[in-house]
Structures are given as structure tokens and as C-alpha cells.
Design a protein around this ligand. Structure first.
Ligand code: GCB
Length: 604
């Protein structure tokens, strides 16, 4: 019962030891470490920060862009006081796959770069003594990994990789690593769903725990008053005069679960719970029974030097900027974000469209750009996609829902970004994906995927499966850009009108224009700050003219790093903010607009 997705917290019965800091690191240039027994201890190492992406720390290109294994090692003491406890080693993530050995014994293996995984250490450590932790992390992409990519070997033997997506393939131990001491018989999982009526809130719950011990539930308000209690592993509690979790106005109850044997407390876990409802009806998206309008961004976990490594400073700055600009929501493009980020979204009342790492289901280098060339994609025509990729995709969805199911901030699951949904075989694939995903979430949150511009209304074979039509559209940038912006508007209006006929709500999950900060042009030209503003104004007018549009998430919150190429100038420059989180002119425009949109009771 160790691979629990419960976030590691301390409590009366649980201890957490943080293993972050400088670890030993070795790049496996010749791919020899697995056969040569590096699991028993690394020689010739350099220091490496955990958490971080290792890539941007290096000055040599072949190290930054290394394809294959890298190795990490650290040592730690296992306190002797822990000998009657279950000792668990937990990784917030390892991108994209990892194997872990403790004292030379394999204790864990995980595929998928953005999910936590853990291992029980009791059998492989000596209490009161030091133990050695060795991890190999691999960043290779293929047609069957989620996300996808291809690699080739250059004549000089160097492997290079082409991801099918538009962000740098950062790798390493991106999130905190922790050692946990849990009670031998402990709470393994908690699942909640919430609702309310006539001022009374309801939390239905289901608890998985070892043994036949008594399970108690108590609910406390933010002032620490007990407002409800119950007994048993499953049940329901009612809360009078409920304070709802509202977008921009979060309220979290402490849902305390205890496991006891007579008078003896065995385990205690406190889960923050927000009471709210989510529903799609007609062409509206309801949160707490009021039509909601999404204002915000598609984001990335990305910043200079850290890459995709968790950094609380950057995270807090991002939340400051999101508040400043009057955003109420984000999409976790193009992979699940850190657990720390998700917990903060709950606290701050930031609404989340939670995305899997299924990006690049389109076999072109940088899918959007390749697609734009008119070259035909064959992704869903490959047999292996329907046998292997689909299984990895399902695993990614299952783990995402397991990890994030209790977050009140999560209002919708996004199962994939821009698959080639115009292919006939995509329909069969996504029928399986959607129907599998719908079995997983007890809250029955809406499910969607983002539709790519080259699979417009009429040609997309997947959108009928989706509860909300999420469109990534670049009229005025990739098509009809610059002088043709008026044509862009017309074409965009026409397409939105067609999608409206589905009767479903529409969210523009991407729209944006690359902009070099500080480049000013009168009259405007593409890439100037003036053009980004004109482009956004036009987009916003189009959204406002379409009743079914219930949200706009501009691409992107901030500039971010990508693979190099002729379309990218040190990364993607569509940010409203620069990579170091300073505003472009567009940020002020968005702020003015979003200040005026009453998103919590939109076109009721
Ligand atoms: C898209 C992709 C996103 C890219 C963006 C762009 O459609 O979903 O990953 O970064 O376009 O800027 O081209």
C-alpha cells in the first residue's frame, strides 16, 4: 500500500524528511551505467540540484541536449526511531522515466514524467544507519511514450531527439524528493466529492486504509471550529451554513481522517476540501450553479536556469501576476504541474483545467508547425499507437485523476493537446480514451481535449466526445497574419459560428502572437508589442460576438523555452509576460479587459 497519491504531509502520526539539495550526478554518455552496475554507487560525479532540470546548468551543448540516461545519488540516515514505521521514499516526479535502487536493491520503477511515485524501504535499509539512494532518469521519447517524439543517431554516434511538441524537453528530478515515516497501518487514500443545496454543504467520502480499525472523520472550518463529524470508511457529512469554494474566493475546510484502535491513535491525515459544484449545461459552464467565464492562460512550468524544476519563488511570482492581471483560471499545458502548485490553486481560488502529458499525438516535428505545412500526419494510422501508446495514455490519465481528484480548483480534465483528430482512426482511439477516463472520476467533472486548427469544424472526428469545445486558434498569427488581419477576423468568426452549432460551450484554450519584448513599431508589424495588442483586441471582439464562448486562455502566460529552430527566437515569445516575469504591453490590455468581465455570473 505504499504507492499512495496522498500528498505527503506531517501530522501527529506522520513524519517527513526533505531530501532536496545537492545530489551527486553523472551523465551516462555511452549508455553503460545499467550494465556496469552504477546502481551500486556512482564514481566521477558532479553536484546537481534537486529539484531542477539539469539541462540549462550546463555550458556544453551535448550535455544540455543529452539523450538517454542520467544518474543521481544521495545518502541519508534512516532514523532508528523509525524502526516500527513504514519508511517510504517519494519522488514528486522524474522526467520521463526512472528506476530507483536503495543500497543496490531496486525499489521502484516509473514511467511518465509528471507524476509522483514511491517505494517502501523497510526491507532494504538498516535503521539508524546510512543508506544510499541511486536513481537513473531517462528522457527518451518515442511513438509510444506520453508525450511523444522521435530520435535519430548522427553519423558521429550522437543521439538527437525531436519532440513532437513545442517546448524544450527538460529532464531530471523536477520535484521534491521526500522520505516519509508512516504508521504501519495507515490511511492510503481519500476520495471526496461535494455538493450543496439550501445553504447546506455535503462531502461524500471514501477512505482506503489498512486493517479493520475504526475510521473517524471530522470537518473543521477555517477558524478551527468542528462543523461536522462521521464514522466509517465511507459516508457523507453535512455542513450547515456552508461557505463555498468560489473562484477567486476560496474557502477550504480541513477534512481530518483518523484511524484508531480503541484509545490508540494509529494514523491521522488532514485533507483541505473545498465545497463546490461543476456542471456543463447547454452552452454554459457552471461553477456553483452560476455560469462561469474562464479568463487566464495556458501556462508552462518553465523558467531560466531551473527549466521545469519546482521553484516556490517563481510559483509565487506567477500567482501575484495572475491576481494582478485579473485572471481566474489556467490550463496546465501540456502536462500535470507540481502538487505544490495544485495545492496553491486550491488556496487561491484559481480554477484549473488539468491536462495530461498527451501532447504530440501528431507525427510532425513541433506538431502545429508541421501541420501548417500541409504535410500529412499518420499518427493514428500506426498500429502501435492503438496497442501501446493508448495504454500509456490511459495510465497517464489514471494517475492524474488519482493524484488530483480532490482538488476543488480542478473543474475539467483535458485528456490531450492537439491530437491529429482529423484522422478516421483518431475517433476509435479517443472513444476508448474518453470512455476509460469517464470511469475514473467520482466527481464526474467535464472532460475535453484541445482541438488543433487543422482539424476544424466538420473535419474533427473527436469533438463529439468532448463536453466542452476547446479550441487552439491562431487566426492573425500562423494564418492571415499582419496585413491580412481583417481576413483573420472573418475566418475566425465563421469558424466559431460553426462550432456554436454543436450547442456546447466553447473555450479558446490558445490564441496568441509571438512578440519580442521592447520591439515597438508604428505602424505595427508582426512580432512588435503593438501587433500583439492589435491581435488581442481583434480576438477579443470575435469572442465577444459569439454567445457560446465561455472562456479565453491566452497563449502563453510567459515566454518559454523550446527546441531550437527557424520559428523560435530563444524559445516561444507569445507570453503576456517575459520569461523573467515582467509585463509586455499586452499584459496591461488583458488586465483592463479582465477587470471588467464578471466571470462569476457570466451571461446568466
Ligand atoms: C499550439 C500548441 C502549443 C504551441 C503553440 C504555438 O497549438 O498547443 O504547444 O506552443 O501552438 O505557439 O505555436
Amino acid at each position: 500500500m505504499t504507492n499512495s497519491f496522498l500528498y505527503p504531509i506531517e501530522s501527529k502520526t506522520r513524519q517527513v524528511k526533505d531530501l532536496c539539495g545537492l545530489w551527486k550526478f553523472k551523465l551516462d554518455k555511452h549508455n553503460e551505467g545499467r550494465a556496469a552496475g552504477w546502481k551500486d554507487g556512482l564514481a566521477g560525479t558532479i553536484p546537481m540540484a534537486v529539484p531542477s532540470s539539469y539541462n540549462d546548468i550546463f555550458t556544453q551543448k551535448e550535455l544540455r541536449e543529452h539523450v538517454g540516461d542520467v544518474w543521481y545519488q544521495t545518502e541519508t540516515y534512516i532514523p532508528k526511531e523509525w524502526k516500527d514505521r513504514e519508511v517510504v521514499l517519494r519522488f514528486g516526479s522524474a522526467t520521463h522515466s526512472a528506476v530507483v535502487w536503495v543500497n543496490g536493491v531496486q525499489v521502484a520503477q516509473h514511467q511518465g514524467g509528471y507524476m509522483p511515485f514511491s517505494a517502501r524501504l523497510n526491507e532494504v535499509v538498516t535503521f539508524g544507519e546510512r543508506c544510499r539512494i541511486v536513481v537513473v532518469v531517462n528522457n527518451e521519447l518515442s511513438y509510444t511514450t506520453i508525450p511523444t517524439g522521435v530520435q535519430k543517431t548522427l553519423p558521429n554516434g550522437r543521439k538527437v531527439q525531436s519532440p513532437f511538441f513545442d517546448f524544450f524537453n527538460y529532464a531530471g528530478l523536477h520535484r521534491p524528493v521526500k522520505l516519509l515515516a508512516l504508521p504501519k497501518e495507515h490511511i492510503h487514500d481519500i476520495t471526496v466529492s461535494t455538493d450543496f443545496a439550501d445553504g447546506e454543504g455535503k462531502i461524500r467520502y471514501d477512505i482506503t486504509a489498512a486493517g479493520e480499525h475504526s475510521v473517524n472523520v471530522e470537518v473543521f472550518d477555517e477558524a478551527g471550529n468542528q462543523v461536522a463529524s462521521a464514522h466509517g470508511k465511507t459516508g457523507e457529512v453535512a455542513i450547515k451554513d456552508v461557505r463555498l469554494w468560489e473562484p477567486g474566493n476560496a474557502y477550504l475546510y480541513d477534512f481530518k481522517v483518523t484511524l484508531a484502535e480503541g484509545e490508540e491513535l494509529l494514523d491521522e491525515y488532514v485533507l483541505p476540501v473545498g465545497i463546490r459544484s461543476v456542471e456543463v449545461k447547454g452552452n454554459r459552464f457552471f461553477i456553483n450553479k452560476k455560469p462561469f467565464y474562464f479568463k487566464g492562460f495556458g501556462k508552462h512550468e518553465d523558467c531560466a536556469m531551473h527549466g521545469r524544476g519546482y521553484d516556490p519563488v517563481v510559483m509565487l511570482r506567477d500567482f501575484e501576476l495572475l491576481r494582478w492581471i485579473h485572471a481566474n483560471s489556467v490550463r496546465t499545458a501540456h502536462y500535470p504541474y507540481s502538487e505544490e502548485f495544485m495545492r496553491l490553486c486550491d488556496r487561491e481560488g484559481l480554477v484549473v483545467i488539468d491536462e495530461t502529458p498527451a501532447v504530440g499525438l501528431f507525427d510532425q516535428l513541433m506538431n502545429f508547425l508541421g501541420a501548417g505545412t500541409g504535410k500529412q500526419s499518420r499518427f493514428f494510422e500506426r498500429e502501435i499507437v492503438h496497442t501501446e501508446t493508448i495504454e500509456n495514455h490511459k495510465d497517464a490519465i489514471r494517475e492524474l485523476v488519482l493524484r488530483d481528484k480532490n482538488h476543488p480548483s480542478v473543474v475539467m480534465w483535458c485528456l490531450a493537446n492537439e491530437p491529429d483528430s482529423s484522422l478516421a482512426q483518431a475517433e476509435d482511439y479517443f472513444e476508448k480514451i474518453f470512455s476509460y477516463a469517464r470511469t475514473l472520476d467520482v466527481q464526474k467533472r467535464p472532460m475535453t481535449f484541445t482541438n488543433i486548427m487543422v482539424a476544424p469544424y466538420g473535419s474533427c472526428k473527436v469533438s463529439h466526445l468532448s463536453d466542452v469545445i476547446c479550441l487552439n486558434r491562431y487566426y492573425g498569427w500562423y494564418v492571415n497574419g499582419g496585413p491580412d488581419i481583417d481576413i483573420a477576423r472573418e475566418n475566425f468568426e465563421k469558424e466559431l459560428e460553426q462550432w456554436s452549432s454543436t450547442g456546447k460551450p466553447i473555450i479558446l484554450t490558445e490564441y496568441g502572437a509571438d512578440t519580442m519584448p521592447g520591439l515597438h513599431k508604428l505602424p505595427s508589424v508582426m512580432w512588435s508589442e503593438e501587433y500583439q495588442e492589435e491581435y488581442l483586441k481583434m480576438q477579443h471582439e470575435v469572442f465577444d460576438s459569439c454567445d457560446s464562448v465561455v472562456g479565453e486562455q491566452m497563449w502563453n502566460f510567459a515566454d518559454f523555452q523550446t527546441s531550437e529552430g527557424i520559428m523560435r527566437v530563444d524559445g516561444n515569445k507569445k507570453g503576456a509576460f517575459t520569461r523573467d516575469r515582467q509585463p509586455k504591453a499586452a499584459a496591461y490590455l488583458l488586465r483592463e479587459r479582465w477587470k471588467k468581465i464578471d466571470s462569476r455570473n457570466y451571461k446568466a
